[in-house]
Design a protein around this ligand. Structure first.
Ligand SMILES: [Zn+2]
Length: 525
C-alpha cells in the first residue's frame, strides 16, 4: 500500500497539467477608424493590468469592511496608485462608522473528539481575551416563563447555538439529480422538521427576532454564540455581521455547525475552545475614494465611473465588488494613457458603506448637487465577474439613442452580447447608481452575466481572487473605457426626461419615481 501511494504521488509530480499548453493569443484588434477607440483597445486588451491590480487588492490588502483599518489601507492604496498614474485622487470623508479590527479566529472542537472547525467571527464581533473553553448548548423547548427564567442562568460560560442548522449541506440540485422520489420526499420532511424544531426553540424564549435572542443570551452571561448561514451551494456560507455587542459571535460552515448541533442534540457533550481577537475602535472616519481627470473643454460637465469599494469580509470581496473596483481603476488608467485631456471631466467614485445601505454614494449625491446637475452619464458595475450583457436606461427618456450610437462604434467583441433596455424602469436601490437615479440623474448599471454569483460568491466565504474571469474583466474595462470616452466627446449634454411609469399593480395608481434614501453618516445600533 505504501509503495503504491508513493507511486501515485510521483506520478502527480511528473505530470503537471497544462505544462505544455500555450496561453491563447489576445483576440486580433478589430479595425477601428477612430484612433482613440483603437488606442483604448490596445491599452485595455493587449496591456491589461486588471489581474495585477486584483491580486494586490484582494490577496494583499484583502476585504474592505466599512470602518476597518484594512478598508482605509485599501483606499490609501487606490489613491497612491492613481497618483502614480498621474491622476488626481483623494479620500472624501462623508461621515463616521463603527471602527473594528479583525484578528484571528480559531475554533476547535475538543470533546467528545478533536476537530479544528471551519469558523470565523462575524463582522464587528467582540473577541475573547485569550482562549476560552466551554460547553456548547442548544436553547431547549421552553414551556412557560418559569422555564426561561430557569434556563437563562445555565448558559453562563457556555456557547449557545443561535441559528437553525441545515439537515443537509448538499445543494438541492444534487439531491434532485441523485435521490429517488422516496429519498427526496424524506429529505424534504427532515429539512422542514429541522427548521420547525429550531423555530419552536427560538420562539419559546418569547423573542421575535434572532437579535433579541442574542441579547438575552449575552445578558445571561453566555461565553459566546455560534451561528451559520448556508448559501445553498457546496461549501459556501454567507458572512455578515454579529448580532452581539459584548460577546463573540462565531460563524461556522454549514457542515461544522450541523456537527456541533447534532452532538448537542444527542447529549454527546460538545465542548469548544475559542480564541478570537478583535478590536472595537469606536467611531472612525469613513470616506469615498474619488479620482479625477479634468476636462479640457467642459470641465464642469462630468462623466462618472462608479463601483462600491467596501465589502463583507468572509472572503476577499472579489466579485462584490473587487471586480467593479478593479474595472473602474483600469478604465481610469486606460483613459489617462490614451485620452489625457478629455472634453468633459472624468470622475471615478469608489463608494464606501454600500453594504450598509448605499451610504457613501448617497452622501456624495447629496453633497454634490453641482455634479448631479451636470452629469453626462454615470456607469456603475456591481454584480460580479461576468461579461456585461445588459444596460438599462433606468426609466430615463433621452439617453437611449446616444448609447445605441456609441455601441455601434464599439467592437462586437466587447458589446455584442449587451442588451440595451430603453427606457426600462428605474431601479429600486440594489446598488449605487440608484443614489443618482433617484435624483433623476443619469446613473446606469453595467449588468453582468450570472456566473453563480448569488449562490457562490455574493457575500460568501468563497468570494476570492480565483473566482474572477479575467478575460471578462479585461473586456468589461475596455468596453466601459470606450463608453466613457464617447460620452465625454459627445458634442451636447444628453437630454433627460423621466418616463411615465406603468400602473402599480398593488395600488392601482400610476407608478411613482423612487425616492432617495437619507445616507447614514454615523452608526446607530
Ligand atoms: Zn456589491
Amino acid at each position: 500500500m505504501r509503495a503504491h501511494l508513493t507511486g501515485v504521488a510521483a506520478a502527480i509530480l511528473l505530470t503537471v497539467p497544462g505544462a505544455t499548453a500555450q496561453t491563447p493569443p489576445p483576440p486580433p484588434a478589430p479595425t477601428l477608424s477612430n484612433p482613440t477607440l483603437a488606442a483604448i483597445w490596445g491599452e485595455g486588451m493587449d496591456r491589461s493590468r486588471v489581474a495585477a491590480l486584483a491580486q494586490v487588492l484582494l490577496d494583499s490588502l484583502g476585504p474592505r469592511l466599512t470602518g476597518t483599518p484594512q478598508s482605509k489601507a485599501a483606499s490609501d492604496w487606490v489613491v497612491g496608485t492613481y497618483r502614480s498614474w498621474g491622476i488626481d485622487a483623494r479620500a472624501e470623508q462623508y461621515g463616521t462608522w463603527r471602527g473594528w479590527r479583525r484578528g484571528i479566529t480559531h475554533l476547535d472542537l475538543v470533546a467528545p473528539r478533536v476537530r479544528s472547525l471551519e469558523a470565523t467571527m462575524l463582522g464587528y464581533s467582540p473577541g475573547t481575551s485569550g482562549p476560552l473553553t466551554g460547553q456548547v448548548v442548544l436553547i431547549p423547548h421552553l414551556i412557560g416563563p418559569a422555564a426561561l427564567t430557569a434556563f437563562l442562568p445555565t448558559v453562563r460560560g457556555k456557547f449557545v447555538m443561535l441559528t437553525a442548522p441545515e439537515s443537509s449541506c448538499r445543494p438541492s440540485s444534487s439531491w434532485e439529480e441523485w435521490a429517488d422520489s422516496t429519498s427526496l420526499a424524506r429529505r424534504k420532511v427532515i429539512a422542514d422538521s429541522t427548521r420547525a424544531d429550531w423555530v419552536d426553540r427560538a420562539r419559546s424564549t418569547g423573542a421575535t427576532t434572532v437579535l433579541e435572542v442574542a441579547k438575552m443570551l449575552e445578558d445571561a452571561g453566555a461565553a459566546g454564540v455560534l451561528s451559520s448561514y448556508w448559501s445553498q451551494g457546496w461549501g459556501v456560507d454567507k458572512v455578515f455581521q454579529a448580532s452581539t455587542e459584548t460577546i463573540p459571535q462565531v460563524q461556522l460552515s454549514c457542515e461544522d455547525y450541523g456537527l456541533i448541533w447534532r452532538l448537542a442534540a444527542n447529549g454527546q457533550g460538545p465542548v469548544v475552545r475559542l480564541e478570537a481577537e478583535a478590536e472595537l475602535l469606536g467611531d472612525v472616519p469613513v470616506a469615498n475614494t474619488i479620482g479625477m481627470i479634468r476636462g479640457r473643454e467642459k470641465p464642469d460637465e462630468y462623466v462618472m465611473l462608479s463601483a462600491h469599494f467596501d465589502s463583507w469580509d468572509g472572503g476577499s470581496g472579489a466579485t462584490d465588488n473587487g471586480t467593479g473596483t478593479v474595472m473602474m481603476m483600469e478604465v481610469m488608467r486606460i483613459l489617462k494613457q490614451v485620452y489625457p485631456n478629455p472634453k468633459r471631466t472624468i470622475l471615478v467614485g469608489h463608494w464606501n458603506g454600500e453594504e450598509q445601505g448605499l451610504n457613501g454614494s448617497s452622501a456624495f449625491a447629496a453633497d454634490h448637487p453641482e455634479i448631479l446637475a451636470r452629469l453626462q452619464v454615470l456607469l456603475n458595475q456591481d454584480d460580479g465577474t461576468g461579461g456585461i450583457d445588459r444596460l438599462t436606461m433606468e426609466g430615463l427618456v433621452g439617453p437611449g439613442p446616444y448609447f445605441k450610437k456609441w455601441m455601434d462604434q464599439i467592437p462586437q467583441e466587447l458589446d455584442g452580447k449587451v442588451t440595451l433596455v430603453d427606457p426600462g424602469t428605474p431601479g429600486r436601490g440594489g446598488t449605487d447608481n440608484f443614489s443618482f437615479v433617484c435624483n433623476g440623474a443619469p446613473g446606469f448599471g453595467l449588468n453582468s452575466a450570472g456566473w453563480d454569483y448569488g449562490t457562490y460568491t455574493w457575500h460568501t466565504n468563497r468570494d476570492t481572487y480565483d473566482k474572477i474571469g479575467f478575460e471578462e474583466l479585461r473586456r468589461n474595462a475596455t468596453l466601459a473605457a470606450m463608453l466613457a470616452y464617447l460620452a465625454s466627446e459627445e458634442p451636447e449634454k444628453i437630454p433627460l426626461a423621466k418616463r411615465d411609469l406603468p400602473m402599480d399593480n398593488r395600488s392601482d395608481q400610476p407608478g411613482t419615481w423612487p425616492v432617495c434614501g437619507t445616507p447614514d453618516r454615523s452608526f446607530v445600533r
